[in-house]
Ligand binder design. Structure first.
Ligand code: PAF
Length: 280
């Protein structure tokens, strides 16, 4: 596995690979890799000839007071995982190279970025879209792999690619869950054993909603969300930020659950913020 820090070195390597007409698969990450990332890498490995992973804790997608500084980082551990997964190239850019002092250009996907997560993290998707487009321009992948766990991110990146005619296919991959249902996330490492137990309330709420839809045939969002919110609000030490049923295309709230609807939520346990969703 090649490990490159400099943008120009990555571009040179990509030019060399493109001359051989190889299909490039790309998995952008912020590191501290878990089973969710590994599933994206395996899908890229399956579908492409040459797999690139980036590790970059992107400062511009964190708001003031968020966890940028304490976001978990362990490059040596990540390198071992990536070598085992037979990744061809690891790109680990430096903040000062991605965002030089006179950096002035931002990518904003309007409207979609203001909903759900956007209400609590107003500049988050501006940072995500800007860094993802920069990474696409550097890596020039044929396919890029994103998890459905961050469904709003996936929807927004797809829209950016469509609107800006970016020549990459965006591939969404199923959320990976731990045995008890907790969605895999680098932020799970912040949780004490007790808090991890509490964090399960979001998954339990989503699961309950799924059951009510599939087993009881209840489709009214207000009834379902009320039930889900009850589970979260009755869990001591957990703060519900939102639980919404939205159309997956435009992220607008829907009155009834049907195919193409997502129920998404965010909770806070102390300083730890977790998100999850289910898609119908
Ligand atoms: O999902 C993530 O880890 C990040 O938002 C991404 C896509 C790597 C951009 O920094």
């Amino acid at each position: 596995m090649k490990i490159l820090e400099k943008i120009e070195d990555v571009k040179r390597e990509i030019r060399r690979i493109k001359r051989k007409d190889k299909k490039i698969g790309f998995v952008p990450t912020m590191g501290y890799l878990h089973e969710g990332h590994i599933s994206l890498i395996r899908k890229a490995r399956e579908e492409c000839d040459y797999v690139v992973v980036s590790i970059f804790v992107n400062p511009t997608q964190f708001g003031p007071g968020e966890d940028y500084k304490r976001y978990p980082r362990d490059l040596n551990r990540d390198i071992k995982i990536l070598k085992k997964e037979k990744v061809n190239l690891l790109f680990v850019p430096k903040v000062e190279d991605m965002y030089p002092k006179d950096f002035k250009t931002w990518v904003i996907v309007e409207d979609l970025s203001e909903k759900l997560e956007g209400k609590f993290r107003p500049s988050h998707f501006r940072g995500v879209c800007t860094v993802v487009l920069k990474l696409f321009n550097i890596v020039e992948p044929d396919c890029a792999y994103f998890g459905w766990k961050d469904a709003q991110q996936l929807v927004i990146v797809k829209k950016m690619v469509e609107d800006l005619n970016i020549p990459v296919e965006i591939i969404g991959c199923k959320t990976v869950r731990e045995k008890d249902g907790l969605a895999a996330s680098s932020r799970n490492t912040y949780l004490s054993e007790k808090d991890r137990e509490k964090a399960l309330c979001l998954y339990k709420a989503l699961h309950k909603i799924k059951e009510m839809v599939e087993l009881e045939g209840i489709r009214e969002s207000d009834i379902l969300l009320k039930e889900g919110k009850k589970i979260i609000e009755n869990t001591e030490g957990v703060k519900l930020q939102y639980l919404e049923a939205v159309n997956l295309k435009n992220l607008n709230p829907v009155k009834k659950i049907k195919k193409g609807v997502m129920v998404a939520g965010a909770i806070k346990i102390g300083k730890v913020r977790l998100i999850d969703n289910i898609i119908f």
